[in-house]
Design a protein around this ligand. Structure first.
Ligand SMILES: Cc1cc2nc3c(=O)[nH]c(=O)nc-3n(C[C@H](O)[C@H](O)[C@H](O)COP(=O)(O)OP(=O)(O)OC[C@H]3O[C@@H](n4cnc5c(N)ncnc54)[C@H](O)[C@@H]3O)c2cc1C
Ligand code: FES
Length: 364
C-alpha cells in the first residue's frame, strides 16, 4: 500500500513538473517564426510573428471582428471559420458552437494561438469594418447610472450602419487597451455622429472610462458590427422590448423606422424598476402623437412610495407585452436587456405567434 502510494505520488509529481515545463517553454521559449495569415481566399494576407492569438493578429492588421469580451473567451462573438491551421479546438471554445459549426471548422479567434500558417474565412461585411476617431460633443445624464454620449466623427468623417448595430470602443486598462461593445443609439440617417447610451457597471473598465469622458475628449472605436436586419417591408410590424441601457439599439431602430416608413406599425415596451430608471418617456410620447401607428408602454417592476403618481403599467415588462401586444406572425421583434428579461419576453412572443427567426436579441 505504502509503495503504491509513493508510486502514485512520484508519477503525479512528474506530470506536474512536465505540465509546468510545457507552460514555461510555451510562454518564454517557443518561437513559431513568421506565419502567413490569409483571410477570405487571399483577399487580405499578412505575416505575423507566431505566439499571439489570431484575434490580436487580425486587429494588428486592421481586420476587425467582433470581440465583445475583449478576448477573454467569454462572449463567443469572435467566431471565424478556420480552413487550414489553427490546431485543435479547445474545451473553452466548444460551449459556443453548434454541431454544424464544429463540423465546419468554426473557431473563437481569441482562443486560436498562431503557431503555423492559417487560412480563415469571415463574413465579407467584416472586411468593411473601420477604425474611427471621434470627439465627445455632448454628454447628458439620463439616470443616476446611465449617460448619453454624443460623439462627432473626425476620421473617417462618416459611418454607414444598420439599425441595431454596435461599435467596439477602446478603453485604457492596466493591462493595455480593451475593447467593449456599445450599441449605436443615433439613427442611421445621422451618419456623421454616433450616439451611445452607457450604463455604469461598478468597477467596470470600459463603462467607468466612458462615464469619465468629458467634452472634446478623443475616443477610438471600430465598427459597425451586428447581424440584426430590419425587414425592409413596411407591412411587417416591429416590436422592441428593452430595459436600462438596452434602450440604445431600440431608439435607433424606432427613429430609423419612422424616418423611412411613417405609417409602419411599431411598439416599444420598456421595463424600469422605479421612476428613477425612467428616461426618454416624454420624447416617445411625443412620437406617439406624431405617428399614430407607434405605441409606447413603460412598466415599473418595483415602484416605490414616491412613484404613487405613476400612471403607466406596473410589473415585469413581459407581462405588459402579454397584455398589450396582439398576436401577429408578421411581426419582427428586437429585445435588448438582461438575460432573464429576454428569456421571459421570448416565451411571450412565441405565444403571440412570432417566428423564432424573427426574434432578435442582444443580452447585456
Ligand atoms: C452587442 C453588445 C452591445 C452592448 N451595448 C451596450 C450599450 O449600448 N450600453 C451599455 O451600457 N452596455 C452595452 N453592452 C455591454 C458592454 O459591452 C460592457 O459589457 C459593459 O459596459 C461592461 O463593461 P466594463 O468594461 O465596464 O466592465 P468589465 O470590466 O468587463 O466588467 C467588470 C465586472 O462587471 C461584470 N459585468 C460586466 N458587464 C456587466 C453588466 N452588463 N451588468 C452587470 N455586471 C457586469 C463583469 O462580470 C465583471 O465582474 C453591450 C454588450 C454587447 C455584447
Ligand atoms: S472575444 Fe469574446 S470570446 Fe473571443
Amino acid at each position: 500500500m505504502g509503495v503504491e502510494l509513493s508510486a502514485v505520488a512520484v508519477t503525479g509529481g512528474i506530470f506536474t513538473i512536465l505540465a509546468v515545463w510545457l507552460l514555461i517553454s510555451e510562454r518564454y521559449l517557443a518561437h513559431y517564426g513568421t506565419c502567413v495569415i490569409s483571410v477570405n481566399g487571399g483577399s487580405t494576407v499578412f505575416e505575423q510573428q507566431g505566439g499571439s492569438t489570431l484575434l490580436t493578429a487580425l486587429y494588428d492588421n486592421k481586420v476587425f471582428i467582433p470581440s465583445a469580451c475583449g478576448g477573454k473567451g467569454s462572449c463567443g462573438y469572435c467566431k471565424c471559420t478556420v480552413i487550414n491551421g489553427g490546431g485543435p479546438v479547445l474545451p473553452t471554445e466548444t460551449p459556443f458552437f453548434t454541431r454544424t459549426e464544429m463540423r465546419s471548422g468554426v473557431r473563437l479567434a481569441c482562443q486560436v494561438k498562431i503557431k503555423e500558417d492559417i487560412e480563415i474565412q469571415i463574413p465579407e461585411e467584416l472586411l468593411a469594418v473601420k477604425e474611427y476617431t471621434a470627439t465627445v460633443a455632448l454628454i447628458r445624464e439620463l439616470t443616476y447610472d446611465i449617460k448619453e454620449i454624443n460623439l462627432d466623427l473626425i476620421e473617417p468623417e462618416e459611418v454607414s450602419h444598420r439599425p441595431g448595430q454596435y461599435i467596439q470602443i477602446q478603453a485604457p486598462s492596466p493591462e493595455g487597451h480593451v475593447f467593449r461593445a456599445y450599441s449605436i443609439s443615433s439613427p442611421v440617417y445621422e451618419n456623421n455622429k454616433v450616439q451611445l447610451i452607457v450604463r455604469l457597471v461598478p468597477g467596470g473598465i470600459a463603462s467607468t472610462y466612458i462615464h469619465s469622458l468629458t467634452e472634446k475628449d478623443e475616443v477610438l472605436f471600430t465598427g459597425p458590427y451586428g447581424e440584426f436586419r430590419l425587414i425592409e417591408d413596411p407591412e411587417v410590424e416591429v416590436v422592441c422590448v428593452g430595459g436600462g441601457a438596452g434602450m440604445a439599439p431600440i431608439v435607433n431602430i424606432i427613429y430609423s423606422i419612422y424616418h423611412q416608413w411613417p405609417e409602419r406599425k411599431c411598439s416599444l415596451f420598456f421595463g424600469c424598476r422605479t421612476t428613477r430608471d425612467v428616461f426618454y418617456l416624454d420624447r416617445f410620447m411625443a412620437l406617439e402623437k406624431e405617428y399614430p401607428n407607434f405605441k409606447v408602454i413603460y412598466a415599473l417592476s418595483d415602484p416605490l412610495q414616491e412613484d404613487e403618481k405613476w400612471a403607466g403599467d406596473t410589473g415585469f415588462i413581459h407581462l405588459s407585452v402579454e397584455k398589450h401586444l396582439q398576436p401577429n406572425p408578421r411581426c419582427q421583434a428586437f429585445l435588448c436587456g438582461p438575460p432573464p428579461m429576454i428569456e421571459a419576453v421570448t416565451e411571450v412572443l412565441k405565444g403571440k405567434k412570432l417566428k423564432d427567426e424573427n426574434i432578435f436579441y442582444d443580452k447585456f
